[in-house]
Design a protein around this ligand. Structure first.
Ligand code: SAH
Ligand code: SF4
Length: 357
């Protein structure tokens, strides 16, 4: 698996699982109960400097800083809040790669949408991240760092968060680092508050099923039959729809939990009532709910792809409901921000590519 080159000889504690971090800290931090104190600062408070650890001695803080780092990515841009309050953050990583995260206030809780890769090799034709192509795997510190930077900027305690891996990249193609970041987050957030969204990478879903503490699972299906799915999601030739659905129907779910099926609605292409009944047919025999996502257009994407009218979206959702499938529509006033991560970076990439005036 690809690993970014370490630019600092000091190990970043946010790159280690809590168990590995405790082992690395043990020789430096005595007495041993202080290891737990250091980890509290890291996991519950999300600090990015040892100086903030106010209940530790100055000597210990400087010993730690000599051996370890707590570096996070730097937020380089933040959009004005959309009408629904969502804000998109653009980060520059050490090697210049750009990634983004989205803050979405939702009543008493807040959802953060995080990126898992600095691009995406899956190449779905309706997705801006896919359009710009593959990018490297993010490190656990870069994943967890997005969460804490946004959280600190917005002044939200870690416990009030829901986290979704629905930003840039395919989390199951960066499995090892995503699992480490889940282990770190789970020190402060219940796995029930974390959702991982995948394009349907079958071996990755099998690995996920074997984890002891699993996040919620969301799977992007996007089309009601194999042929159409292959047309907009080329990777599904390798991971076919029937095999994927069979696997999802046997995926271990806790009581009261369901798998979310994401379905991008493209006007006149997959949004008819017949498409809704075909989708309901596919989902029969499993515990699923559908999240219908009206297509979010972008100049980088094919012209024929259009967002359906609100009436067509309502008809599609009603048809699914009639067929007994619970459905929610991701239709916020700030849909230009919240509906599809990947587009702020798209604009930045275009600005970079454009000749200077
Ligand atoms: N790679 C993962 C997670 C990131 S994409 C996955 O594909 O599930 C997160 C969601 O955004 C997916 O459900 C995807 O279908 C959706 N999406 C991508 N581009 C979109 C667009 N232009 N309009 C609406 N939804 C989009
Ligand atoms: Fe990658 Fe998901 Fe975009 Fe497909 S929809 S290209 S899997 S980020």
């Amino acid at each position: 698996m690809e690993r970014p080159q370490a630019t600092s000889p000091r190990a970043n504690l946010y790159d280690l699982s809590p168990e590995a971090a405790a082992a690395a800290l043990a020789p430096v931090v005595q007495p041993s109960f202080r290891v737990r104190q250091v980890q509290e600062w890291i996991y519950a408070h999300g600090v990015d400097s040892f100086d903030s650890m106010s209940n530790l001695s100055k000597q210990l803080r400087s010993d730690l800083a000599e051996r370890f780092s707590l570096a996070f990515p730097i937020a380089r841009e933040r959009t004005e809040p959309a009408p629904d309050g969502s804000v998109k953050y653009l980060f520059t990583l050490e090697d210049g790669a750009l990634i983004e995260a989205v803050y979405m206030p939702m009543g008493s809780r807040t959802t953060l949408c995080l990126s898992s890769q600095a691009g995406c090799a899956v190449g779905c034709t309706f997705c801006v991240t896919g359009f710009f192509g593959a990018g490297r795997n993010l490190t656990p510190a870069e994943i967890v760092g997005q969460m804490h930077r946004v959280r600190l900027d917005q002044g939200i305690p870690t416990e009030a968060l829901n986290v979704v891996f629905m930003g840039m990249g395919e989390p199951l193609l960066n499995f090892e680092h995503v699992v480490t970041s889940l282990e770190i987050m789970e020190q402060a957030i219940s796995p029930r508050r974390v959702t991982l969204s995948t394009a349907g990478i079958i071996p990755g879903i099998e690995d996920l099923a074997r984890l002891e503490r699993r996040p919620n699972l969301a799977v992007s299906i996007n089309a009601p039959d194999r042929e159409r799915r292959e047309e907009i999601m080329p990777i599904t030739k390798k991971y076919p729809l029937d095999e994927l659905l069979e696997l999802l129907k046997s995926f271990p779910l806790e009581h009261g939990r369901e798998i979310t099926i994401e379905y991008v609605l493209l006007a006149g292409w997959n949004d008819s009532q017949r498409d809704a009944s075909m989708l309901a047919g596919l989902l029969r025999g499993g515990r699923f709910k559908v999240n219908a996502i009206p297509f979010n257009p972008d100049p980088a994407l094919p012209d024929w792809m259009k967002r359906p009218t609100d009436a067509a979206i309502d008809r599609f959702a009603a048809a699914l409901n009639r067929a007994g499938v619970p459905v929610t529509v991701r239709r916020s006033k700030g849909h230009e921000i919240a509906a599809a991560c990947g587009q702020l970076r798209g604009r930045t990439e275009r600005r970079r590519a454009a000749p200077k005036a």
